[in-house]
Design a protein around this ligand. Structure first.
Ligand SMILES: [Zn+2]
Length: 205
């Protein structure tokens, strides 16, 4: 996952932020005019926003989407060992931040290409995970590898197909990855395709 681009990645700086700043990314200057911004509730609003008094721009900050896939090939699951922080060296399903102009499914397929050089046939959505303390929503799809081909993308140290019994559960990068894998495998055993929804809380440290 390309969490490294987040300024408040999972289990990182946000864990030490003051409660009043807990649900937003820091902003110092207006991206429209370059003047300092202040954090306050604008007229008619009910939440604090970064407001620029020089040009009257209100900078709304909203949660971001992380999209990815549980990729299967002949019963095995494709995982990538992360080459970037956070969670360098831990295993993940291919996933990352959604880009503007693409659908969630297109983004999820793109991440498979970028992280594992994997062309995938997209399937149904398997999990939606709210991660409110880092202002993210993770959406994971079922997918199948086309022709069994995969490789190692720039953000990946190693890619591998894991049989269910060999999945490195203790070395997974993120709780949302664990949830998606568990539910994917649970549904596969029962030969159903459900959508599983959960909420991930802040990691204890
Ligand atoms: Zn401004």
């Amino acid at each position: 996952m390309r969490f490294a681009r987040a300024r408040t990645p999972l289990g990182s700086t946000v864990a030490r932020a003051a409660p009043s700043e807990d649900n937003r990314l820091p902003m110092n200057f207006c991206s429209n005019c370059g003047q300092p911004v202040t954090l306050r509730v604008p007229p008619g609003d009910n939440l604090p926003r970064y407001v620029c008094d020089a040009c009257d721009t209100i900078h709304y900050v909203n949660p971001r989407m992380v999209v990815g896939c549980v990729v299967e090939w002949e019963g095995a699951i494709l995982l990538c060992k992360r080459a970037i922080e956070p969670r360098h060296g831990y295993w993940t399903a291919p996933a990352g931040f959604m880009e503007c102009g693409e659908t969630v499914a297109e983004g999820a397929a793109r991440e498979c290409q970028e992280e594992a050089l994997a062309e995938v046939e997209m399937g149904s959505m398997v999990a939606m995970i709210d991660v409110p303390h880092v202002h993210q929503v993770h959406i994971m799809f079922r997918a199948n590898l086309r022709e069994g081909r995969y490789g190692v993308g720039d953000e990946t140290l190693e890619s591998a197909l894991y049989e269910e019994d060999d999945i490195p559960w203790d070395d997974l990068a993120f709780p949302s990855v664990r949830f998606a894998l568990e539910k994917y495998l649970e549904d596969r055993r029962e030969q159903v395709e459900r959508l599983h929804v959960t909420r991930v809380e802040r990691m204890k440290r």
